[in-house]
Design a protein around this ligand. Sequence first.
Ligand code: NAP
Length: 421
Amino acid sequence: MTQGSKQGGGESIRWDPQDQPMVPDHPLLPYIEGDGIGPDIWAVTQAVLDAAIDQAYQGKRAIVWKEVLVGKKAQKAYGKEHALPQETLDTILGNGIAIKGPLTTPVGGGFRSLNVALRQVLDLYACVRPVRYISGVPAPVTHPERVDVVIFRENTEDVYSGVEWPAGSSEAKEIIELVNRRVKEAQGRPIALESAVGIKPMSRHNTQRLVSMAIEYAIAHRKESVTLVHKGNIMKYTEGAFRDWGYQVAAASFPDATLTETELYEHFDGVRPPDRVVIKDRIADAMFQQLLLRPEEYDILATPNLNGDYLSDAAAAQVGGLGMAPGANIGKRCALFEATHGTAPKYAGLDKVNPGSLILSGVEMLRFMGWHEPADLIRSAMEKTIGQKTVTYDLARQMEGAKKVSCSGFGKHIIQNLSAP
Ligand code: NAP
């Protein structure tokens, strides 16, 4: 295996020509501790990851952690205007894989949201959220175990482009006057001059790289289908184009590995050839009910930004909530794994909250690195711990007969269960 350059005892990760990570046995991995509950859940996550790696590889492999600063901690170290220091970005880009706790957007940093800024600056164009039920977690539906989907949400445009103007502003009026001239020519209904205005840009390039990543994942993980989720019945040239560009890139770049739902029924009587991923599409509102009614028919969802935002939280709720939902932001040769919830400031420093979301993000990171043995160990140790009803307050309040433990206590039980038969 190719080894990267030595950095403080760890080695940086290299990438092969197919942009897959080549991970040395002692990779240097940057982490962002995060704000609010970040330090509580990070300490537990790091301990669980290290213990599982040690148990799986007996010292042959280990992560060399390197803290990088963002947000309030960065402002303290570098000054008020440096909430997202270049040194942090360089370290993450140079190592390619990193993990983060939740972040508050600090006043004076010049960013609308640090989380969005990180995704944009590092060009992490896909927000990837695997949604799978962990046995024993209280869930609001009768059969949460039927859900096993990975959502690939476009991470750079649509509402994330952040182009909007407030109602009554001169900019909004200027845009509306321009638009209304075009609307008049087309004999449409003009927009009220006092409206607020937002622009929803969606491009072929950004759609197709997102859909390609989803299809590559489906092929690599032997999944049956990729579903393009859109609202193209109403927004024909943005959401409708997302659907069309998705089908186009599947046909052009993966002709022997994909087929459409129509082709499946016309040429294969509805029986999927095992080496083909079925590309289908669903209108966003219908997708919500499909996920509740027939979740087993969906493996991978590829979505524009806003649809994916709603869907990934709704899907996470279906299997027991955001406290346990892992996430990642992935680009070309760079991946940042993260807890999906926020900083929950009222619980900061209380050693109380559920570290499950960040631990499971760490599990996804290990899988991305090809370190499946410790990833499997953690998942089953977490299932054992929850099966023993030893859980943090959020799960305890929904479980009868639960033993409520602290954030660090939950971590300790998981570590004990790593070696349980
Ligand atoms: P939040 O931090 O996610 O907290 C909302 C509620 O969710 C908490 O009060 C708690 O519910 C529950 N919760 C969150 N994390 C939990 C955990 N690990 N274990 C158990 N319960 C948990 O949402 P918010 O209060 O709307 O946002 C606070 C800050 O976080 C904001 O500054 C926001 O911008 C930021 N944020 C950051 C990210 C990110 O970094 N990716 C994402 C979202 C929000 P109960 O009170 O019912 O126990």
